[in-house]
Design a protein around this ligand. Structure first.
Ligand SMILES: C[S@@+](CC[C@H](N)C(=O)[O-])C[C@H]1O[C@@H](n2cnc3c(N)ncnc32)[C@H](O)[C@@H]1O
Length: 270
C-alpha cells in the first residue's frame, strides 16, 4: 500500500483510533461530523487500521464528542473575534479545517514532534495556523503564544497525562491568557477502568493515569477555572445513530449515576 508509513505506539498510536473513528462516522448517511479531511487522511496513511478494532459505535461516540467541542469553539469565536485557539494533543484531528475560522483567529495545534511531522505531510498550511512540535507538559512553547483571549481544547488528552502535570499545565495556561475557556473530555476512575478494557486502547499499549471524578475538583486544583457547562458524552438523543445494544446501554445510563459520570464533556471559563 502506498502512503505515509506510521510506526506510533502507546498514546501516540491512539490518535489513529480517533482519526479512524471520525472517518468511519463521516462515511455514514446523515453524519454528525462530516469530517472529510479525516476520511482523506486515512487514505494517505500506510497502516493496518483493522488492528485497532474501531467499530461504528465507537466512531459515532467520537463524532458526538468532537461535534460538541467544535460547537463550543464556534460559539467562543463568535463572541471573541480574533481570539487564539490552542489545541492540546491535537493528534491528526482536523478541527481547524472543520471549523474554518476567519483569518484573524490564531490557531495553534500542539502534539509530539513525530505527530506534528506527520500532520505536515497530510494537511495543508493555512494563514495564522501554527503547529507546535512539543510535549504539552514541557511548556517552553507557551512563550510564543499571544496572551489575548483564548479557547483551549483538550480532546482525548487528559487520561494520558499524570494529574500533577495536567494541573500544572492548565494553571500555567490560565495565568498566561487574559481570559478564555478550557474544554475537555474527562473520565472517572470507573471510566478509565472501562477504557483500559477496550480492545482499541489495548491494541496501542497506551497507559491511562488521570481520572477526574468530579468536575469541581479541577476548579479547586486550577484556581481561576469556573465550570460553566457539563454534558455526559452520550445522551439518549445521540443513541439514534448507534446500534440497538448501544441504545439500550445509553438508556440505562440515565438511571445509574456512576455510569453517567464515567465520561463527560466539560466547559470551564477563566
Ligand atoms: C486519543 S489521541 C487524541 C487526538 C486528538 N485530540 C483527537 O481527538 O483526535 C491522544 C493524543 O494526545 C497526544 N498526547 C498525549 N500526551 C501528550 C503530551 N504529553 N504532549 C503532547 N501530546 C500528547 C498523543 O500524541 C495523541 O495525539
Amino acid at each position: 500500500m502506498a502512503g505515509e508509513k506510521v510506526h506510533f505506539t502507546k498514546e501516540k498510536e491512539t490518535l489513529l483510533i480517533t482519526l479512524y473513528g471520525k472517518a468511519l462516522e463521516s462515511r455514514r448517511p446523515g453524519s454528525l461530523l462530516n469530517d472529510r479531511y479525516a476520511n482523506e487522511a486515512i487514505g494517505k496513511i500506510d497502516y493496518d487500521f483493522s488492528r485497532l478494532k474501531v467499530d461504528e459505535n465507537l466512531g459515532v461516540g467520537l463524532a458526538i464528542r468532537a461535534r460538541r467541542l467544535d460547537d463550543w469553539v464556534r460559539d467562543f469565536l463568535a463572541h471573541n473575534p480574533g481570539a487564539t485557539v490552542l489545541h492540546l494533543g491535537c493528534g491528526l484531528d482536523t478541527r481547524i479545517f472543520r471549523i474554518d475560522p476567519p483569518a484573524d483567529v490564531r490557531w495553534f495545534d500542539i502534539d509530539y514532534p513525530e505527530v506534528v511531522a506527520l500532520r505536515r505531510k497530510l494537511y495543508p498550511a493555512r494563514e495564522n495556523y501554527l503547529l507546535v512540535p512539543s510535549s504539552v507538559t514541557e511548556q517552553d512553547w507557551l512563550a510564543q503564544i499571544p496572551a489575548g483571549p483564548a479557547m483551549i481544547v483538550a480532546e482525548g488528552l487528559t487520561p494520558y497525562l499524570h494529574a500533577e502535570d495536567g494541573e500544572r499545565l492548565f494553571s500555567a495556561l490560565v495565568k498566561h491568557f487574559d481570559r478564555g475557556e478550557l474544554i475537555l473530555d474527562a473520565y472517572s476512575n470507573l471510566g478509565l477502568k472501562l477504557v483500559r478494557l477496550s480492545p482499541s486502547l489495548r491494541a496501542t499499549g497506551a497507559e491511562l493515569h488521570w481520572a477526574i471524578n468530579d468536575p469541581h475538583d479541577l476548579e479547586r486544583s486550577v484556581p481561576g477555572l469556573h465550570l460553566i457547562e457539563e454534558t455526559t458524552a452520550y445522551e439518549p438523543k445521540h443513541a439514534a445513530h448507534m446500534s440497538s445494544a448501544a441504545k439500550a446501554i445509553i438508556f440505562l445510563w440515565r438511571f445509574i449515576p456512576p455510569l453517567r459520570r464515567i465520561g463527560r464533556l466539560l466547559r470551564y471559563r477563566f
